[in-house]
Design a binder for this molecule. Structure first.
Ligand SMILES: Nc1nc2c(c(=O)[nH]1)N[C@H]1C(S)=C(S)[C@@H](COP(=O)(O)OP(=O)(O)OC[C@H]3O[C@@H](n4cnc5c(=O)[nH]c(N)nc54)[C@H](O)[C@@H]3O)O[C@H]1N2
Ligand SMILES: Nc1nc2c(c(=O)[nH]1)N[C@H]1C(S)=C(S)[C@@H](COP(=O)(O)OP(=O)(O)OC[C@H]3O[C@@H](n4cnc5c(=O)[nH]c(N)nc54)[C@H](O)[C@@H]3O)O[C@H]1N2
Ligand SMILES: [Mo]
Length: 647
């Protein structure tokens, strides 16, 4: 007899699906999809493959210590006493301890509660800026916070614009929900992307734009609407600050300039502007890929001006966490303690390699593969004076470089409370199966470390009690009774800016020395022989996860036909991509899906030489919000090997 046990996916994905694990003989034999509003009976390729990944040979099942002969299996006691003796020596110099963590599991206990130990000892942390920081800060400058329309309100939306967003791959359940709204009520779907993405191919309209020029398009649309008198005056009077300055500012974005800079024909610009005006309420879904570039924050700010002049309260989606009445700071203990140093995530490699840190604790991330300028990350982690501890479910690239590796249970093997950044549901996960091997959860490891270091009991608080304080009694009560609850959401018409209005002229930006009005780049400019390398999500992988099931992330680099011709390369040939940060060998795929001058690879692609494409990624820092500029990476291309062709 098998048992069916519900569990919510805790991966760093918009969807956060409700899954049903089929358990037989204490093992998960299959994963199914629940039929709720979000999951809708559909599984993504990752959830389908979970049983294989849970029981794969690349699981870390026991603690290991690195020796000259390789990794040696040890007991938890041995591993922990090694870790705490190193950590103990540095407690009086906490800025030499780096706590490196990201979104391998976004559970409130696994990810947020376990930060308490590191905050308590004042370890250095990162600014968590790799993914969405530029756009997030841009929205805060203008709207006071990032939240937008919730999925349960999509049924009233008449136009969805996926702006630099590829949800068919990166948020398949979001796309399915919106596709359903389209087929029921006649809403349309527009995608604005530099390439023919999977989503562009399934949309009603694909607006193909030059990389990095989206802000120009948005301000051009704004200028057109203002000059045509197609704005919502009442709304602007009541809710918008700085419309006059904004109108003057955007007047330079005439249709000719916009067409020239963005490559979008003027008729398409007008169509898009008219569609927005006619199809209110609309929802502009801006992705994180769009803003991971130089000027990314200003691009998001420019796009976010459109709902303001057209009278749609927060007519966008970017990330909804800010809208939830959930006190994340409280769970992390940030109301009690603060880190001794906060470093840019883009610069982790640089700072590690130059010896800023003596002890690095890594969990929920695989930085040797996923951070920019990753050659430096690897160099830094390999330094003989740096002690590296990795707590992971699997033997990641980073675990293989560690001094101590600790086994972690997957989200199927531990209790947690899960809540994401798209919908407002919060779920209680009970463990579906016993933890595999000797694995211990993040909370358990934190408790053990705190105990051995004789730290205050306030670090090792009861996680459920702390979560209850963070969500309030009512939500918590429902969560315990029913396993799921909705978190109350801030009103869409509330703007947490200094003026209480949407600030097209941002007073906070001015105070920070940034341009008070949106000031987007005119697009990526390439020098002779340079290509722009864009990387984005692949359906089979969650970043570097699932390589144990689907094989390594393919080493493909997609090149436009005419560029391939110029370079004298064809499908299957091996080329070297190189720049000031590193070099990697990739396999050519010729396609008109990408425009001239642009190369596309799956994120974290593993080259034919075994190197990750991340060795090429620029570690520059975006001005607004300190975001990453991964999609502003420039490379040169050299043909290395021709594939044998049949004649
Ligand atoms: N299968 C899968 N799903 C995932 C993930 C995963 O690894 N695998 N990761 C999750 C995470 S952490 C994230 S952050 C999201 C990311 O997923 P998305 O938010 O969808 O972002 P990306 O995949 O980075 O890029 C989306 C699109 O932006 C386009 N783009 C790049 N530059 C520009 C530009 O200048 N202008 C325009 N208009 N378009 C541009 C790219 O061509 C790409 O099609 O996905 C989440 N979902
Ligand atoms: N070139 C390029 N680089 C990028 C991006 C890009 O688009 N292009 N995208 C960036 C973005 S948006 C992001 S979000 C980052 C993501 O970067 P990472 O967060 O480093 O991504 P993952 O490879 O998913 O690493 C997560 C790790 O957590 C582990 N893990 C999973 N569940 C658990 C758990 O419950 N407990 C523990 N202890 N470990 C667990 C996994 O095994 C894996 O090793 O990459 C960034 N880097
Ligand atoms: Mo991300």
């Amino acid at each position: 007899m098998s048992q069916l046990i519900p569990v919510t996916c805790a991966r760093n994905c918009y969807d956060n699906c409700r899954l049903i694990a089929e358990v037989s003989g204490g093992k998960i034999v299959r994963v199914r999809a629940s039929n709720d509003l979000i999951t809708r009976g559909i599984l993504c390729p990752k959830a389908i493959a979970d049983p294989m990944r849970i029981y794969s040979r690349s699981r870390v099942l026991y603690p290991y210590v690195k020796t000259v002969k390789g990794f040696k299996k040890v007991s938890w006691d041995e591993a922990l006493s090694l870790v705490t003796s190193r950590l103990g020596e540095l407690l009086s110099n906490p800025s030499e301890i780096l706590y490196l963590e990201y979104g391998g599991n976004i559970g409130l206990m696994t990810r947020y509660f376990s930060r308490r130990l590191w905050h308590f000892i004042k370890a250095a942390v990162t600014d968590y800026s790799i993914c969405d920081a530029g756009g997030g800060e841009a929205l805060r400058l203008m709207y006071g916070s990032t939240y937008g329309i919730l999925p349960k309100d999509y049924s009233r939306v008449k136009l969805f614009i996926f702006w630099g967003f590829n949800p068919v791959v990166s948020a398949p359940h979001m796309f399915n929900l919106i596709k359903d709204v389209r087929s029921r009520g006649g809403a349309s779907i527009v995608t604005i992307d530099i390439r023919s993405s999977e989503t562009a191919k399934l949309s009603d309209v694909h607006v193909r734009i030059k990389p990095g020029s989206d802000g120009v398009l948005a301000l051009g649309i704004a200028n057109y609407l203002i000059s045509e008198g197609k704005t919502d005056e009442e709304f602007i009077k009541k809710y918008v600050h700085g419309f006059k300055e904004f109108s003057e500012h955007v007047s330079k974005y005439d249709l000719r300039t916009v067409e020239e800079l963005t490559g979008v024909p003027r008729d398409e610009v007008i169509d898009l502007a008219e569609a927005l005006y006619e199809s209110r309420p609309f929802c502009i879904l801006m992705s994180y890929g769009l803003q991971r570039r130089v000027g990314g924050g200003e691009i998001v700010r420019s796009i976010a001006s459109l709902p303001a002049i057209l009278g749609v309260h927060r007519g966008f989606y970017y990330g909804n966490r800010d809208g939830l009445y959930l006190d994340y700071k409280h769970i992390q203990g940030l109301h009690l303690w603060s880190p001794s140093r906060v470093i840019s995530m883009q610069k982790v490699g640089k700072y590690l390699a130059r010896g800023d840190f003596k002890f690095v604790y890594v969990h929920l991330t695989n930085p040797a593969a996923t951070l920019p300028n990753s050659n430096k990350v690897v160099e830094g982690l390999k330094r003989s004076d740096v002690f590296v501890v990795v707590h992971d479910t699997h033997w990641s690239d980073t675990a293989k470089l560690a001094d101590v590796v600790l086994p972690a249970p997957t989200f199927y093997e531990k209790r947690d409370v899960v809540c994401g950044y798209w919908h407002n549901c919060i779920y209680l996960n009970e463990s579906v199966i016993e933890p595999l091997g000797d694995s211990l959860s993040e909370v358990e490891v934190m408790e053990k470390l705190a105990e051995q270091l004789n730290l205050s009991p306030s670090v090792v608080a009861d996680p459920l009690k702390v979560i209850r304080e963070a969500v309030g009694d009512e939500v918590f009560g429902k969560l315990l009774r029913e396993g799921v609850a909705e978190i109350p959401y801030r009103p869409l018409s509330e703007y947490q800016t200094p003026t209480g209005k949407i600030e097209l002229y941002s007073t906070s930006a001015a105070a920070k020395g940034l341009s008070p009005l949106p000031n987007p780049p005119s697009g990526e400019v390439l020098s002779k022989g340079e290509y722009l390398l864009i990387t984005s999500a692949h359906p089979h992988y969650m970043h570097t996860q699932f390589e144990d099931v689907y094989g390594v992330v393919p080493s493909d680099v997609t090149i436009n036909d005419s560029d391939a011709c110029k370079l004298g390369v064809s499908d299957g040939d091996v080329v070297e991509l190189y720049n000031e940060f590193g070099r990697v060998l990739m396999r050519v795929k010729v396609s008109s899906d990408v425009p001239q001058g642009v190369l596309w690879s799956p994120r974290h692609a593993k080259g034919v030489d075994g190197k990750r494409v991340s060795v090429l990624m620029s570690d520059d820092v975006e001005e607004v919000g300190g975001g990453s500029v991964l999609n502003s990476t420039r490379v040169k291309v050299r043909k290395v090997k021709e594939v044998a062709r049949k004649h």
